[in-house]
Design a protein around this ligand. Sequence first.
Ligand code: HEM
Ligand code: SF4
Length: 544
Amino acid sequence: MYKYDEYDQQMVDTRVAEFRDQVRRRLAGELTEDQFKPLRLQNGLYLQLHAYMLRVAVPYGTMNSAQMKVLGDIADKYDRGYGHFTTRTNIQYNWIKLEDTPDALADLAKVEMHAIQTSGNCIRNISSDQYAGASADEVVDPRPYAELLRQWSSFHPEFLVLPRKFKIAVIASEIDRAAMRLHDIGINLVRNEAGEVGAEFYVGGGMGRTPFVAKKIKDFVPIDQMVTYAEACVRVYNRYGRRDNKYKARIKILVHELGLEAYSKEVDAEFAHLLSQPIEPPLAELERIQAMFFDPAFETGLSDELDLSDPDFRLWVERNTYAHKAPGYVIANVSLKPIGGIPGDATSDQIRLMADLAKDYSFDELRVTHAQNIVFPHVKKSDLYALWQKLEKADLSTPNLDTVGDIIACPGLDYCSLANARSIPVAQKISERFGSAERQAEIGELKLKISGCINACGHHHAGHIGILGVDKKGKENYQLLLGGSEGADTSLAKITGPGFDEDGVVDATEKAIDVYLANKQGDERFLDTYRRIGMAPFKEAIYG
Ligand code: HEM
Ligand code: SF4
């Protein structure tokens, strides 16, 4: 786990002091809202529909228990006793009072956390694989590389006022668990034939109003040039990205309009130029960071046996755990999607409990996932039953990972000032309709994602089933989409046809699932069946 040095700490502390004074001036009427807005946004403070919202960065989704505990305490001290984990692996508080935000930021700074660059047209929180350092299928632990990029991008003087926000994901596995291809830049760490680590670069992915899957631009950038190549990509975007039209300002539009080849040529020229005036941090810096991401002291000689005689425990193990690289260990997922719950929400008690459990059972480590869940990356199999029992008592053991109950949903019209429709009640109704474990088992893997408007914060483009809230003559209306996916086989979902009201879209979802069940061959997932039989049978069942 990365530890701040004195410069990191000083930077964050100074920022808190500066913001405290800005808030004081705003409250005293010395700053107008217009003057204050850019200052608060630089500190992750939005003004939502009903209240201020604070977005806290969790770099590459990794936290220790002390940090998680503070997140729980902030929910109690300054909010309404809960927090919302998001698809950017951040946490948001929906009911923060302006006068409390400096104190909340000061509490965060004490545990090496902040809200810097969680808003604005800058490089945002870098995301990664939530199983980093734990799964057997990774080439290297991607987090030191993500940390290096975090340091490069934090307060980068050229990239604080980009044409638009910029999102980077770093993974190191063929199994993409971070929606890497839906980022402005996606980096996949690979090894070449000589066994050296390098970076495969993707550019121009993203959702929102004009979704694109990122295109591969380089197979292998040597690791001691990764930051320089990223710098070249962002510089070219900074130079040519459209500043005249917000909707056309993302790098995906630039890459699309220029074409990958022309964009790539510009990047190569910029890269060559940058190599002549070295900006790459020395490899020793990467090694210094890497040394902080050492493997915990895994015990050896452990048994891989698990007593699965308790059927509820068995179901949870089958659904919510993943193979670990060390014998006798497992990766455990905590679903923040109880039946009928609000996706990604956790109460302060639940947050603090997860912090304690990480300390007792997972070498003090936790991860936030882009699917709005929490991971204990390193659990001893012999501890798993005890861990599960404690999760069970706190309503944190719903066995629904990657099923129809594991819904991603943005805050929608319940909180968001940009929303056209509510997302949360639709998520709750679908979760209740498909709540039973039997039903979920029958349906198997199904990723359902809901956004309250075209901005796609709820990843509806990447849902096997996606739901998009739209405004239809002043009424909330929902379009149903099918066939989206993230990961190695990323695809964009297509709209089935005219939209529905809230109950109508829940019924339409059920009809789509029925078509899948009637047509499924062998152990095909919903997505596989859709890809094989196409949209027509679904449309027919839904619109008859
Ligand atoms: C204050 C509340 C929020 C506002 C004002 C907001 C605003 C936006 C806007 C304007 C976009 C479209 C950007 C573009 O493509 O040009 C967007 C996209 C996105 N937002 Fe949010 N959002 C909010 C909350 C959230 C939340 C709660 C999440 C996570 C649950 C989130 C995650 C995302 C993601 C993943 C995208 C897709 C970006 C892409 O791939 O292009 N946002 N948001
Ligand atoms: S998708 Fe729209 S409604 Fe949902 S959080 Fe993003 S901006 Fe708000």
